[in-house]
Design a protein around this ligand. Structure first.
Ligand code: NAI
Length: 396
């Protein structure tokens, strides 16, 4: 079929298999171009099909020749209906990994459930024995709690008072004020239940109890801080409470791993266009200004540049892992540079529908958004008839 983008708000209902494959290949080539990393050998990535998780899997495999198991929740294709982008990304990754002689298998299902955890544990037991790196990179709007059965929904709301600021509709380029009502009822608890650290700890507890973590094993989850401009809706909002919980969980996990000399970290990453971040109000305007400035300064990074740097310059340097005063690894250092943030703060006041295409990188934002679904990728023939029924070779 011939596949075009079908955009509804923050998502695109279609995905292009060739575009997704090209994106994956570009990431693989980037990692290879940066040389080998003396990194992990057997890796589990939870949330492995898009964004930072996909880049973590690619960096492990093509930077360190690691065997990888990926867990994700993606929609398979049906005749005349495309799969979700993460499905095609995974298909492309596993094809490339297998061609390179690397072990790569994956499990598609709800990572929050007992069933998927058990299935993953069985696979590790049968094929890899023990793993030495667990990346936790889930971004989900909801979680069915495996013990209580309660469905928790995460929300992106300020806490305490209404928050009003500028935002941009990145499809139309219209800059307008948006007011977001503060969290009410159980919003904070529910967001923590979905995006906090409880599920990460459950995974690590189960892996450890089954003796599937190698001595010295490391686990890393991803967090975000960002500037004061966005803090009311992000770091001091409901999602920020969940990130506080995730960061506190890293210390609890580290304690539990002491007997195997294991380590648990949170890495604070840069703001990037992903399926998760495009849904957060205000953030797209911030990102379009950020991209403009970081590109002008020659310090712009995407997911793969971030994760390759995390592995090579932070996690696997051979020396002790450097963290901030709260024990977090920082690869958001370039985003948070004082000069970068000062420029954004100045541009923020000037941003209007008319000025944004000039002072911000709205075009770069839109391109990255389309790229997430395999569209607007250089070298792909979008007029060509493509097979939507792509299979994932290592799907268990
Ligand atoms: P994403 O939306 O690109 O990826 C989410 C992944 O989770 C996908 O592989 C998806 O299949 C998987 N997933 C979602 N629900 C699932 C479920 N129930 N079971 C199994 N798999 C499931 O998200 P992104 O942006 O890469 O986020 C990953 C982490 O990085 C999150 O913790 C996010 O807060 C964090 N982060 C994101 C930043 C950004 O700007 N996008 C910045 C810094 C941190």
């Amino acid at each position: 079929m011939i596949i075009a983008p079908k955009i509804r708000g923050f998502i695109c209902l279609t995905a292009h298999p060739d575009g997704c494959a090209q994106n994956v290949l570009n990431q693989i080539n980037y990692v290879k171009s940066k040389g080998p990393i003396d990194g992990p050998k057997k890796v589990l990535v939870i949330g492995a099909s898009t964004g930072f998780g996909l880049s973590s899997r690619i960096t492990s495999a093509f930077g360190s020749n690691a065997s990888t198991i990926g867990v994700y929740f993606e929609k398979p294709p049906a005749p005349g209906k495309t799969a979700s982008a993460g499905w095609y990304n995974t298909a492309a990754f596993e094809t490339q990994a297998h061609e390179a002689g690397l072990y790569a298998k994956s499990i598609n299902g709800d990572a929050f459930s007992n069933e998927i955890k058990e299935k993953t544990l069985e696979l590790i037991k049968a094929d890899l024995g023990q793993i030495d790196l667990v990346i936790y990179s889930l971004a989900s709007p909801k979680r069915v709690h495996p013990v209580t059965g309660v469905v928790h929904s995460s929300v992106l709301k300020p806490i305490g008072e209404v928050y009003t600021n500028k935002t941009v509709d990145f499809h139309t380029g219209i800059v307008s004020d948006i007011s977001i009502q503060p969290a009410a009822g159980d919003d904070i608890e529910n967001t923590i239940a979905v995006m906090g650290g409880e599920d990460w700890a459950m995974w690590i507890d189960e892996l450890k109890a089954a003796n599937l973590l190698a001595p010295g094993a490391t686990t890393v989850a991803y967090s975000y801080i960002g500037p004061s401009l966005t803090e009311a809706v992000y770091r001091k909002g409901t999602i920020g409470r969940a990130k506080d919980h995730l960061e506190a969980t890293a210390f609890e996990i580290a304690d539990k791993l002491k007997d195997i000399n294991g380590k648990a970290y949170v890495s604070v990453n840069k703001a990037l266009v992903t399926q998760a971040s495009s849904a957060i109000p205000v953030i797209p305007l911030y990102i379009s200004l950020l991209y403009k400035i970081m590109k002008a300064e020659g310090i712009h990074e995407g997911c793969i540049e971030q994760i390759q740097r995390l592995f090579k310059d932070r996690l696997y340097t051979g020396a002790e892992v450097l963290t901030d005063d709260k024990g977090r690894i920082r690869v958001d250092d370039l985003e948070m540079r004082d000069d970068v943030q000062a420029q954004i703060a100045a541009l923020w006041t000037e941003a209007t529908t008319e000025s944004l295409p000039e002072i911000g990188d709205l075009a770069g934002y839109k391109k990255d958004f389309l790229n997430l679904f395999g569209f607007d990728v250089a070298g792909v023939d979008y007029e060509a008839d493509v097979n939507e029924m792509v299979e994932i070779s290592g799907l268990v």
